[in-house]
Design a protein. Structure first.
Ligand SMILES: [Zn+2]
Length: 209
């Protein structure tokens, strides 16, 4: 199933987390730890489950101008939970922190509409290395949107933000339903980084098992 391609990076995040935690805490790697680490790396995306069950897919577009990352994508909650866990158990605390923080790092630059990074101070969305018309240049060109974009919206910015109200407006305009095909069935800088991280994580796991 092609949607699996979009979660390979979380498999990588889980593997990096379990490798680092077992190294720091001097705990032997077992399959159970690997499974929990991968589940932890995916855990912020549990907020996509209601949409997945309701629609059979997860995609913010003009057909469904709603992004799931507003129920669990709050890094501070995971950071505080991880730091508390760390006081009780170095292995599980490290694994939790690394797995979930890597998920948020990926959400900051990869596909999707960024994350409410500074929640609860603001529910503004933040994304790194993107444009507010949240698509790769190639996709904007294919959809005939590139020529309609003002010059300063074409520029790839280090930090992009959307207010809560702007977000649904931009999703209506630039959200795409077939994001898995357009991002993951091709090699672009985002899928390239994610696939490379997956291969690297699997290789390191084999070496250090
Ligand atoms: Zn996510």
């Amino acid at each position: 199933m092609k949607s699996t391609l979009a979660i390979l990076v979380d498999v990588a995040n889980g593997l990096f987390a379990v490798l680092l935690a077992s190294h720091i805490a001097n705990v032997d790697l077992v399959w159970g730890h690997v499974a929990v680490a991968i589940a932890l790396a995916m855990s912020p995306d549990l907020d996509a489950l209601p949409e997945l069950l309701k629609r059979g897919k997860v995609a913010a577009s003009n057909q469904y101008a709603h992004d799931h990352r507003e129920a669990l994508h709050f890094p501070v909650l995971f950071l505080v939970t991880g730091i508390i866990l760390l006081q009780f158990d170095v292995f599980w605390g490290t694994m939790f922190l690394v797995a979930t923080m890597l998920h948020f790092v990926n959400d900051l630059y990869g596909t999707g509409w960024g994350i409410p990074l500074l929640w609860p101070l603001t529910n503004r969305r933040f994304k790194l290395l993107g444009r507010r018309a949240n698509l790769l240049k190639q996709i904007l060109q294919e959809k005939g949107l590139w020529d309609t974009l003002p010059q300063d919206e074409r520029r790839l910015r280090l930090v992009v933000t959307w207010s809560y109200d702007e977000l649904s407006e931009y999703i209506q305009k630039y959200g795409i339903d077939d994001w898995i095909d357009r991002y993951y069935l091709r090699i672009n800088w985002i899928s390239g980084i994610e696939y490379t991280l997956f291969v690297l994580a699997v290789a390191l796991t084999i070496v250090f098992w």
